[in-house]
Design a protein around this ligand. Structure first.
Ligand code: IPM
Ligand code: MN
Length: 357
């Protein structure tokens, strides 16, 4: 009997619609061979929502995601909406959605495809074999802390974490470490910030329950440096919202392009799956964006939200095979390319391979 899933689809702005369309193409290809039925439910967020409804996060989207088994999301934002008041900007829509969905655990794997070791700006021997999982706390910290105000003569935000928030994200990170190489590095700024010392103390408490995991702590400035110096030393990195935002962008360049890296945001209920990159308005509509990050996010969705391991494996192997055979979008086109593909061609090849694999 075939499995039925309702997938929320939020294409968003900029390159969002192009890359999400490719992920859907690949999902449909695996659905056909794995006896899965996807029903897609499109919803608005960000600039597209502002244009259509006046707000970046319509109530319909908040209600709509609750009726889905998982949500696949592209990217939001663009210069067109940058001058709006902060709470009306596309980014506020995304932050509001993460909060509304309770997706506090953002998993951002930074893996280096063997075929692309030359695509990184770092030396191949430095990035070869890198396989890091960044666990970023996503619904707390300075992104959401109150009070926050901007005046003519001063402005401030608040970096706040509650015990409960740190406990639950730390548990997620330890659980992931148990399934990997059992090394966990918690990143903070405990030499300066009280909130970081608090974070560190609670991570230590949680560690007691995971004696097999080797826990270390690192200051965020050092972690940024170590990621570039010797990324192979990391297995799982646990960190708060803003440090995780910054470190995951840095980690993405180990792989050669930010256009390659997926993410999964899970937590209290329905999960949200999105590439870690933004809406890239400068290349939108040209058909040159790399859809791999979004396609890999769809694979994470199959694996983590739907438990469709075989379908997820199919997609991940198809991505590897595509790269192995030398198909490249422009962002990774400088090395070992047999053919430079458009967004649509790349999606098509991966979909093909995913249905054969
Ligand atoms: C990300 C993005 C978002 C963030 C922005 C668009 C609000 O940079 O998903 O990393 O800062 O979390
Ligand atoms: Mn970011």
């Amino acid at each position: 009997m075939s499995q039925n899933y309702t997938i929320g689809v939020i294409k968003g702005d900029g390159i969002g619609p192009e890359i999400v369309d490719e992920a859907i193409k690949v999902l449909d290809a695996v659905a056909a061979v794995e006896d899965i039925n996807f029903t897609y439910k499109e919803m608005l967020l960000g600039g597209a929502a502002i244009d259509a409804t006046g707000v970046p996060l319509p109530e319909e989207t908040i209600q709509g995601v609750k009726q889905c088994d998982a949500v696949l999301f592209g990217a939001i934002g663009g210069p067109k909406w940058d001058t709006l008041e902060r709470h009306l900007r596309p980014e506020s829509g995304l932050l509001g959605l993460r909060k509304a969905m309770g997706t506090f655990a953002n998993l951002r794997p930074a893996t280096v495809y063997e075929e692309l070791v030359n695509a990184s700006t770092l030396k191949p021997e430095v990035v070869k074999g890198v396989d890091i999982m960044v666990v970023r706390e996503l619904t707390g910290g300075i992104y959401f802390g109150q009070p926050r105000e901007q005046h003519d003569d001063r402005a401030f935000n608040t970096m706040i974490y509650t015990r409960e928030e740190v406990l639950r994200i730390a548990k997620v990170a330890f659980e992931i470490a148990m399934k990997r190489d059992k090394r966990l590095c918690s990143v903070d700024k405990a030499n300066v910030l009280e909130v970081s010392q608090f974070w560190r103390d609670i991570v230590e408490e949680v560690a007691v329950g995971y004696p097999e995991v080797v826990l270390s702590h690192m200051y965020v400035d050092n972690a940024a440096m170590q990621l570039i110096r010797d990324p192979g030393q990391f297995d799982v990195m646990l960190t708060g919202n803003i440090f995780g935002d910054i470190l995951s962008d840095a980690a993405s360049m180990l792989s050669g392009s930010i256009g390659l890296l997926p993410s999964a945001s899970t937590g209290e209920g329905v999960g949200l799956f999105e590439p870690i990159h933004g809406s890239a308005p400068d290349i939108a509509g040209q058909g040159i964006a790399n859809p791999i990050a979004t396609i890999a996010s769809a694979a994470m969705m199959l694996r983590y939200a739907l438990g469709e391991t075989r379908a997820a494996d199919r997609i991940e192997s198809a991505i590897k095979r595509t790269l192995h055979e030398g198909y490249r979008t422009g962002d990774i086109g400088a090395y070992d390319a047999k053919e430079i593909c458009t967004t649509d061609e790349m999606g098509g090849i991966i979909a093909d391979y995913a249905s054969q694999a």
